[in-house]
Design a protein around this ligand. Structure first.
Ligand code: GDP
Ligand code: GDP
Length: 436
């Protein structure tokens, strides 16, 4: 399922990031606890009533040293390109400004629905401030207060009304969707070409369903694949396309639509912070992950090089200890042929279901081997475990008190489950729940 995307635009200081945080709520990320990984809050999943969607805060996308007006112009263009519905935000206390009108003019040119929010209307007496904003031409302006959380319900009711056919399936369930993620020039396009060429496959470029993404679908050895379009792989020549934040945004969008994510690293340059950040998103999103070290031909090697690299990657990507690593070269095509089998395995594990009886044996054996933790004399008791979901495999463990399930014990259980069932390439989730 492709979730609709909602973008917030507006000039600086109207309250975009405040509203963004209100709407996405506090989403705790495991990866954020990893030292050195800080999260850019420009893209996040959100929900309202029964609707799930993704949110973009375009204000978080800075475009080099462009002058102020060009920045907001381009942010509005990003919203038009990337979103299904746009929230145009203004500041009720300042009335309609020239910069608001600049944003409005750009939004007129698009056919995307626009919902106008007038922020900083902190109390009912201030509601008349919105009248000025009818002049922007987007219909009824919604008075809201990001600081106080007022009026957001009405605004979001209007936003979700514009969603089209959310249930629309992208592709068949049997198709494996994967994407190649990594910063510019690591060799993503070359890898795609090497894959497609090597396997003498039938390639068809299909126009994406809801947006203008271009996916490549092909089959090999009886298996259908779709390569999800990624930043840097389609070059349209817009100014903002070269900015780091925008390429991160595109990567997140691709991750969202994938079953398996190939995190591509440049063997010639090594690991940088952004690699870690993007890999962290793939992990958080619950996608299967394969780490691909490309340009291995350009690396000066001795017999220890690969081990050193492997250790280095494991140190940097501790949260991805389940991800297989492959060293290859798109240029010489060395080990390219190992990639599709790996993708198959990761995808199979990502949707693997285990039997409850076997799962419970594994969990009870684990408890016998390593007694559950206690807190203030109270011991964690585990009654029963069951798998509740796939993609990624998710297990609910019924216990006496979920507070007693420490991270380290959860980790221990995860490792026992992995030892028993494999799950290479996929994250798994364990949720402790109180037995009623
Ligand atoms: P952005 O630049 O558009 O992302 O704006 P921010 O979310 O950073 O907010 C700019 C400033 O406006 C901050 O000081 C916020 O605390 C403040 N602010 C945001 N929403 C409201 C609101 O509803 N009422 C008032 N009074 N201040 C707000
Ligand atoms: P993208 O921006 O990630 O799609 O990267 P490209 O596929 O455009 O590749 C960037 C540059 O790296 C190009 O000059 C490629 O020829 C080069 N390149 C890609 N793969 C390899 C490789 O395996 N080895 C070497 N030596 N160069 C490569």
């Amino acid at each position: 399922m492709t979730k609709p995307v909602v973008a917030i635009v507006g000039r600086p200081n109207v309250g975009k990031s405040t509203i963004f945080n209100r709407i996405v709520g506090e989403r705790i990320s495991i990866v954020e606890d990893v030292p050195g990984v800080t999260r850019d809050r420009i893209y996040s999943s959100a929900e309202w009533l029964t609707h799930e969607f993704n949110m973009i805060d375009t204000g978080g996308i800075e475009i080099g040293d462009e002058p102020f007006l060009d920045q907001i112009r381009q942010q509005a263009e990003i919203a038009i390109d990337e979103a299904d519905v746009i929230i145009f935000l203004a500041n009720g206390r300042e009335g309609v400004t020239a910069a608001d009108e600049v944003v409005a003019k750009i939004l007129y040119r698009s056919s995307k629905p626009v919902v106008l929010g007038v922020n900083k209307v902190d109390n009912p007496e201030m509601r008349e401030l919105v009248y000025d904003f009818y002049s922007l031409g987007f219909g009824e302006p919604y008075p809201i207060s990001g600081s106080h959380g007022l009026g957001l319900g009405d605004l979001l009711d209007d936003v979700v009304k514009h969603f089209k056919q959310e249930e629309e399936e992208d592709y068949d369930d049997e198709v494996i969707k994967f994407s190649l993620i990594g910063r510019p020039n690591v060799g993503k396009s070359s890898l795609v070409n090497a894959l497609l060429g090597e396997d003498r496959v039938i390639v068809s470029n299909m126009a994406g369903t809801t947006r203008d993404a271009v996916d490549s679908s092909y089959s090999y050895d009886g298996q259908d694949y779709v390569i999800i379009d990624t930043a840097g792989m389609r070059k349209k020549g817009k100014v903002y396309e070269t900015t780091e934040k925008y390429s991160v945004l595109r990567a997140l969008r691709a991750i969202e639509r994938s079953d398996v994510v190939l995190v591509v690293i440049d063997g010639d340059e090594g690991i940088i912070e952004q690699d870690k950040k993007i890999a962290g998103y793939a992990h958080d999103a619950g996608r299967a992950v394969i780490i691909v070290v490309n340009k291995w031909d350009a690396v000066e090697k001795d017999e220890k090089t690969m081990n050193k690299w492997e250790k280095n990657i494991r140190d940097h990507f501790q949260f991805l200890d389940y991800a297989p690593i492959v060293f290859l070269s798109a240029l010489t095509k060395k080990r390219i042929h190992t990639l599709l089998p790996m993708i198959n395995v990761a995808s199979e594990n990502h949707s693997m279901r285990v039997q409850s009886s076997v799962l419970n044996e594994v969990v009870m054996d684990a408890v016998a081997m390593n007694p559950t933790p206690t807190d203030n004399g109270k011991r964690l008791r585990i009654y029963y475990a069951t798998q509740v979901a796939v993609k990624p495999p998710t297990f609910v463990v019924f216990v006496n008190d979920p507070e007693l399930m420490h991270f380290s014990y959860e980790r221990f259980l995860e490792n026992r489950i992995r030892d028993a069932f494999g799950f290479e390439g996929t994250p798994i989730r364990i949720i402790a729940r109180a037995r009623k």
